[in-house]
Design a protein around this ligand. Structure first.
Ligand code: SAH
Length: 214
């Protein structure tokens, strides 16, 4: 059953320029409240970022939708996401792709996201606790790569793990200033860049986080 809040949620996405029917359907199918804790569940269908564990955030739904739409995921795609966070973006990708690998540097977040994704029966997603700035060489190359934390420049190891014909979407810029969402298409002749819009993400940090309960 879809609640009124969920219906308004999809309506708000349309008003933010999301027109891809597959993206809208994937977002409609994905209950955002199961990816946040406690009191924040009441605000899960608002178009706002919300706090999650380890001092991180679940992104604003309209930004998740924009990034997903820009990624042009097809049912044959093998997708890599860097920055699992709550697992919400990975859940949406799992409805659109053949296979999703998602990497998170905070082990507690990776563990929680993995549990939520399993409870939702999303069997084509694998969560890996590691430093995603290095990509996931053992599963490369990927048709699509989505980075949900901001780097100063697109990491070269990620570009190397993108197939020719593949697409990568990521926020680029200093963490405390405005960042630009960038779309990169890898062609046989090189890389084609386009700028989408300004966003604000947490920084892409190196190494696995030293969480106390890890
Ligand atoms: N996609 C998430 C939100 C991302 S918040 C969601 O749907 O909820 C950005 C996440 O990137 C944070 O959880 C942060 O810990 C993670 N991150 C930052 N640097 C990273 C790195 N090098 N490797 C893996 N994850 C990283």
């Amino acid at each position: 059953m879809i609640s009124e809040a969920q219906m308004q949620f999809v309506f708000a996405l349309r008003s933010h320029g999301i027109t891809d029917a597959r993206v809208l359907a994937a977002m409609e199918k994905t209950p955002r409240d199961v990816f946040v804790e406690g009191l924040f569940k009441d605000r899960a269908f608002e178009n706002t970022p919300l706090p999650i564990a380890c001092g991180q955030t679940i992104s604003q739904p309209s930004v998740v939708a924009q990034m997903t739409q820009a990624l042009e995921v097809t049912p044959r795609c093998k997708v890599l996401e860097i920055g699992t966070g709550s697992g919400y973006q990975a859940a949406i990708l799992s409805h659109l792709a053949r296979r999703v690998y998602t990497v998170e540097r905070h082990r507690p977040l990776a563990r929680m996201a993995s549990r939520v994704l399993r409870d939702l029966d999303l069997g084509n997603v694998t969560v890996i606790a590691d430093d995603g700035s290095l990509g996931l060489p053992e599963q490369a190359p990927f048709d699509r790569i989505l980075v949900t934390a901001a780097a100063e420049d697109p990491p070269s190891s990620l570009l190397a793990q993108l197939k020719v014909g593949g697409i990568m979407v990521l926020p680029v810029g200093q963490s405390d200033t405005i960042q630009n969402l960038i779309k990169i298409v890898k062609t046989k002749d090189g890389l084609e860049y386009s700028e989408l819009n300004s966003v604000r993400f947490v920084p892409l940090l190196e190494g696995v986080a030293a969480d106390i309960d890890a």
